[in-house]
Design a protein around this ligand. Structure first.
Ligand code: PLP
Length: 387
């Protein structure tokens, strides 16, 4: 397969086999058989491509998906996982053992793993919020060798300067891994900006239809090798059926993300004019604090936006419950529009003081703008804002 420059072309063709079908068949098998011992030994040693044992990721359907994932982030190679959290677990086990620094808000599952679970295995955790960025250098001096961050963050869509943070990490012999779930490779390519590894919850935009759970890590082979060893032992490869479904979804990634971007921009601009909406956080609005940085390091501003409605948590809950087209559900990144109120779902267990420290107000509402007509979405939001 020749290497194509354009991202859309790569989404369609990269990693696909040179056979008489445009798709990689689903190898619904746990094992592969060999002509003789020489062939088996060559496969085990990595001298011969192809299947060996599916839990090792050595299954052509999984390998085809990984070739596609690698080219989308312009990485040397990729590993796929049974979920985003499976990818993170293998990442922290392999590269985070001397400690993990997070910057800004991170996904709730990430926080549980790093704050509550990995410390019991002796892995130290150094969480820094956006306004504590000036403490990054002194924290790196304490010895952690992995920085993990999301940009834009959830739910406040804070933007971090990937290039500047990568430089500081490298100065201290540490790695930077970026959770690129919110942006997708269409809008942001952290490896090109200097990050060492990119992680995805493919459950979100990469899958894009809320019908599969998967994860990915992309980067240089040298860094993926120890992660792969953990993936083998944790047993967290995706099923070949899921790998095939994800590869199918990736073929339409570029057009989906472009429409998510356009729809979210239109919704954000309409809501910014509404008197009951006190704040609109969307990187594509000129009024957004991180707009200039987002413009520099992103090619599109994404499908996620966060607003504050009225004066209280009750005002926001009333609004959420009146929405008809936006479904109330966790998760994001699918073709259908979704809504959550951090107070009642993602940040409920955190407690009021910690929410305040993180700048998460009771009346915040997070919208995942799907692929419906933006006019219909805006009409739904406006009717829900009326008393
Ligand atoms: C959903 C999500 C995860 C976890 O992914 P799963 O596929 O649910 O395991 C990690 N990071 C971000 C930003 C997410 O949105």
């Amino acid at each position: 397969m020749p290497t194509f420059k354009g991202l859309s072309t790569r989404c369609v063709h990269a990693g696909e086999p040179e056979t008489d079908t445009p798709q990689t068949p689903i190898y619904a098998t746990t094992l592969f058989t060999f002509q003789d011992t020489q062939q088996l030994s060559d496969t085990v040693a990595g001298r011969r491509p192809g299947g060996l044992y599916t839990r090792f990721g050595l299954n052509p359907t999984i390998q085809a998906l990984e070739a596609k994932l690698a080219t989308l982030e312009e990485g040397e190679a990729a590993l796929s996982f049974s979920s985003g959290m499976a990818a993170e677990s293998a990442l922290f086990m392999s590269h985070g053992r001397q400690g993990v620094i997070t910057l800004g808000d991170v996904y709730g599952g990430t926080l549980t793993l790093l704050a509550d679970q990995l410390p019991t295995l002796g892995i130290p955790f150094f969480p820094l919020l956006g306004h504590e960025l000036d403490r990054l250098e002194e924290t790196l001096v304490q010895g952690p060798k992995l920085i993990f961050l999301e940009t834009p963050t959830n739910p406040a869509l804070e933007i971090f300067d990937i290039a500047a943070i990568a430089e500081m990490a490298h100065h201290h012999g540490a790695l930077l891994a970026v959770d690129n779930t919110f942006a997708s490779p269409v809008n942001q390519q952290p490896l090109a900006l200097g990050a060492d590894l990119v992680m995805h919850s493919a459950t979100k935009y990469l899958g894009g239809h809320s019908d599969l759970t998967a994860g990915a890590l992309i980067g240089p082979r040298e860094l993926l090798e120890p992660i792969n060893a953990w993936r083998k032992s944790l047993g967290s490869v995706p099923a070949p059926e899921t790998a095939s479904l994800l590869a199918r979804s990736l073929r339409t990634l570029v057009i989906r993300i472009r429409q998510h971007n356009a729809g979210a921009q239109q919704v954000a601009e309409a809501l910014a004019k509404h008197p009951k909406v006190t704040r609109v956080l969307y990187p594509g609005l000129e009024s957004f604090p991180g707009h200039d940085l987002a413009k520099r390091q992103m090619r599109g501003f994404g499908g996620m936006l966060t607003i504050t409605v009225g004066d209280s948590g009750e005002d926001a809950t009333r609004f959420v419950d009146r929405l008809k087209l936006f479904a109330l559900a966790p998760s994001l990144g699918g073709v259908e529009s979704l809504v959550t109120q951090p107070l009642t779902l993602t940040h409920h267990a955190m407690g009021a003081a910690e929410r305040e420290r993180r700048g998460i107000s009771d009346n915040m509402v997070r919208l995942s703008v799907g692929l419906e007509d933006p006019e219909d979405l805006i009409e739904d939001l406006q009717q829900a804002l009326e008393e």
